[in-house]
Design a protein around this ligand. Structure first.
Ligand code: IMP
Length: 435
């Protein structure tokens, strides 16, 4: 029995939803531990397609219990909509879903501040998803947040939301163009939170019981390691912890429960929003990756910035999150390219640097040192066995393994569950995932 954490190794959108969906038949519990509905996890199989933002991707697998941990911030209206979308698609949700009462609520005022601040920031804007995630985590740290647990008492919830909303309205006064939430919007948030009350449960206790009984837990990370509030490209980051090690304490569990870490990396890199991106491609190749990879946000529909695989950043992610093995996604998106580049070092102010800088300005000023590999210019799309990949594609994967120092155990060759290569090698075989 091994508890496994799945985290993004880049700037989010690596394809974690597909990987979690693939793994979860072997796990009793799937738990989300960070972020909110800034995340967008896509699961596709047969002719079905689910875009999930808050509910763990495990929900589309019938046997899994899905939990939402204390470190997640919940927009109650969005959560309820997602729940109803699943129920309309005949997925049974409520009996298998548990939300921590400690999770903080994203209120309409948090969203309004997020949007107003970004609009007022001009060139300096972070490019947030506008979902109110940052202001909600700020309120948590300021100790003025509202936790979902209050929904067990409608009176206490209404009072707390009214007080927080009044406080947020004052903060919004700094932004003359801001859309102040209407009483109806605030009421809708309260009603939605009350509707979620039956799903509240002791997430930490439930997970501790699972661990003690040998029922394996899958921790589903949101965003990506380089968006981590401390280790990412600050301030161009999200407002929660995104490293794998954060999964256990965020859920109220001891660090030792984490048995393995699977890092999900795209075969190239994308980023949405502002912030440094050394290997970004601005010309035709970047456009090609965007088009062929359908690189438009699941949450906001924004076009994603695209670039070459950055092994400097990826090595840092492997170290920070203790990644034991890699799931490499979207390899097929590179099929048509004549040459493929990998950044193996940065040059900053005339000096070669192999570590990832702590200062976002240094990352922005870094010139990538590239290694160029021949492209395979052959079809890898939908290939399901590693030895059936074009030889040069296998070489590319092998080079990434050398640069990262960990094995690539899963290769995704298309968006659907079926379009996946699983390499039955350690540590995957030690994790009892059944793959
Ligand atoms: P926020 O999390 O909405 O505050 O946005 C902060 C930064 O993180 C912005 O650059 C967002 O585009 C980025 N971000 C947040 N969530 C995701 C995600 O799930 N995928 C990719 N980028 C994200």
């Amino acid at each position: 029995m091994t508890n496994v954490v799945v985290v993004g190794g880049q700037w989010g959108d690596e394809g974690k939803g597909k990987v979690v969906d693939l793994l979860c038949p072997a796990f009793a519990d799937v738990v989300r531990f960070n972020g909110g509905n800034n995340a967008g996890h896509t699961v596709k199989f047969a002719d079905r397609h689910f875009a999930l933002h808050l509910i763990p991707s495990g929900i589309v697998q019938p046997g899994c219990r899905c939990l939402v941990g204390p470190g997640v911030v919940i927009d109650p209206v969005a959560f309820l909509e997602e729940l109803r979308m699943l129920e309309e698609q005949a997925v049974s949700v409520r009996p298998r879903l548990m939300i921590s009462p400690r999770a903080h609520l994203v209120l309409p005022g948090h969203r309004a501040i997020d949007v107003a601040r970004e609009a007022a920031s001009g060139k300096g804007k972070l490019g947030t998803t506008g979902r109110g995630i940052g202001p909600t985590y700020e309120a948590r740290a300021r100790r003025t947040g509202v936790r979902l647990g209050l929904a067990r008492s409608p009176k206490r919830l209404r009072e707390a939301v009214a007080a927080a909303s009044a406080d947020l309205e004052q903060a919004l006064a700094r932004y003359p163009a801001a859309a102040v939430p209407s009483p109806a919007e605030i009421d809708a948030a309260v009603e939605a939170a009350l509707a979620l009350a039956p799903l509240l449960g002791d997430v930490a206790g439930a997970l501790a019981d699972s661990d003690a009984a040998g029922r394996p837990i899958l921790f589903e990370g949101a965003q990506g390691t380089l968006l981590d509030i401390d280790h990412g490209t600050y301030p161009f980051v999200t407002s929660s912890g995104c490293l794998a090690g954060f999964a256990a304490p965020a859920c109220g569990l001891p660090a030792r429960v984490i048995g393995g870490v699977l890092g999900v990396f795209k075969a190239y890199v994308t980023r949405v929003g502002s912030g440094p991106f050394p290997t970004e491609l601005s010309g035709g190749t970047g456009e090609h990756l965007r088009r062929r990879g359908n690189e438009f946000g699941t949450t906001t529909g924004r076009p994603r910035r695209t670039g070459w695989f950055d092994a400097v950043a990826a090595r840092a992610a492997v170290r920070w999150s203790g990644i034991d093995a890699v799931a490499l996604t979207k390899l097929d998106v590179l099929d048509e390219l004549a040459e493929i580049r990998i950044a193996t070092a940065y040059e900053i102010a005339g000096r070669a640097v192999e570590g990832f800088p702590d200062d976002a300005d240094d990352v922005a000023g870094a010139a990538p040192v590239y290694e160029t590999l021949p492209g395979w210019q052959a079809d890898s799309a939908a290939v399901t066995a590693f030895d059936k990949l074009p030889e040069l594609a296998r070489r590319y994967v092998a080079r990434l393994e050398e640069l990262l120092g960990v094995p690539v155990v899963v290769v995704s060759t298309g968006p659907r569950r079926e379009e996946t290569i699983v390499r039955r090698v350690p540590p995957l075989t030690d994790w009892n995932t059944g793959l």
